[in-house]
Design a protein around this ligand. Sequence first.
Ligand code: 6PG
Length: 252
Amino acid sequence: MARDDHRQVNTKVIEVSDSVALAKAAAERVMARIAANGDRVAICLTGGSSPKQLYQLFATDAFRSRIPWDRVHWFIGDERFVPADDPLNNMGMARQIFLDRWAPASNIHPIPTDTADPDKAARRYENELQTFYGAAQLDPARPLFDVVLMGVGPDGHTASLFPDYPAIEATGRWVVGVPQAHVEPFVPRVTLTLPALNSCREMLFEVAGSEKRAILTRVLDGENLPANRARSTGETIWLVDTAALPEHFRGR
Ligand code: 6PG
């Protein structure tokens, strides 16, 4: 397989100075997508540490006053299979930072983790997504999400789609259970699949810090990694701070 096979097309890398600038740029992109859709908006959040500053911005007066909370729905791209109030819970983090203060409860769509196992949680969330979307088949002309936020892990995973795990190849499902994680935290996961995540107007990766440079080099070199197979049917943006960006990409 040629490494170039997985180089991203319709993808833009945007360099910003640091993690503060990155959160601001991400917030403005989300605001632009909300403004572009005068109807019901669907945003798929992500976990990990990368989006924390963005979520903190959404809680500030400057941003929360610009968000039409009644018509924005908040989903999550993957979840750690831990109780909703566990500090590791991805949606729990977003709820605590901004959602519970400003979003109507009926517009918050967490992946349930009070089910018997991750597969049952996946079935329930798939059902919730399909009910929201109004169909069980995705129509390329009508993306499921306005924005999908993403991060990248040290092994090239994104959401809970780990390299060489069956979930990355799932095509008939929108959400699947992942019995074991490939990296910390080693708890079972529930993840949206590529067809569901990719069905969006914009996919927005946030990558900051020098510790991400090694994996970002592999991604931008076009290696076959989950983060390279996640790409929007619309626009895919990699928002990257200077510390994370490989040298030969800087200042481009
Ligand atoms: C999770 C995430 C995961 C994350 C990456 C990056 O549940 O852990 O959704 O895909 O986005 O691992 O994590 P950091 O932002 O913490 O580096």
